[in-house]
Design a protein around this ligand. Structure first.
Ligand SMILES: [Cu+2]
Length: 197
């Protein structure tokens, strides 16, 4: 039963990707698919990983994991080699690849805010240890994110599946940045990869 649930979650994610790739702007939600947050689907999950590699002269490396399960989005980051003692700006960016990374989709700050709701830099981002290590975790409900997109970007998503189709996480990239700026150049970057089991 558990395996079957996981397969269904994978199929749902695939269906969303296909529709988006075709450029359709209507009927994005696959009505027959079960998505996280639906009753009885707490064990279904979407799981993504990002391996962030150093850019330029930086030695900053990081692993980033994204879970979508039970109607919640959770992001975890473990980084090494970033600026000690400083709040490190970090985001999911809209482009599939790193150069250019494109605009910000999600701020990986304390509240997992979106552009317009929270700043792209500042004290709400995780502070690196004196050894230049960041350990970060934040969770936000998909329902709360939908409210934020409506309030701050006038984007209305009728269902969590609609939101997930818009976020399209498997076609994004993640950056961490220097703490001072502008222009806050990126110190590392990686493409988001969906893991399906
Ligand atoms: Cu960024």
């Amino acid at each position: 039963m558990r395996n079957r649930s996981i397969v269904l979650a994978g199929l749902a994610a695939g269906a969303v990707s296909l529709v988006v790739a075709c450029g359709a702007d209507t009927a994005i939600a696959p009505s027959a698919a079960r998505m996280p947050g639906d009753p009885g689907d707490a064990r279904d999950r979407l799981f993504y990983q990002v391996k962030l590699e150093p850019l330029g002269d930086s030695r900053a490396i990081a692993m980033l994991m994204i879970d979508v399960v039970g109607g919640e989005l959770r992001v975890r980051v473990h980084a090494n080699g970033v600026e000690p003692g400083q709040p490190i700006p970090q985001h999911i960016h809209v482009n599939p690849g790193c150069s250019p990374g494109g605009g910000i989709l999600l701020n990986l700050d304390a509240g997992l805010t979106i552009p317009g709701e929270g700043p792209g830099v500042g004290p709400s981002y995780p502070t690196a240890s004196h050894a230049g290590v960041v350990n970060y975790e934040a969770t936000r409900s998909l329902a709360d994110l939908r409210d934020a997109f409506e309030t701050y970007q006038s984007l209305v998503f009728a269902t969590d599946a609609d939101l997930l189709a818009y976020l399209d996480l498997e076609n994004r990239n993640a950056h961490m940045h220097v703490a001072f700026g502008p222009p806050f150049p990126a110190v590392n970057c990686g493409e988001v990869v969906e893991r399906v089991n």
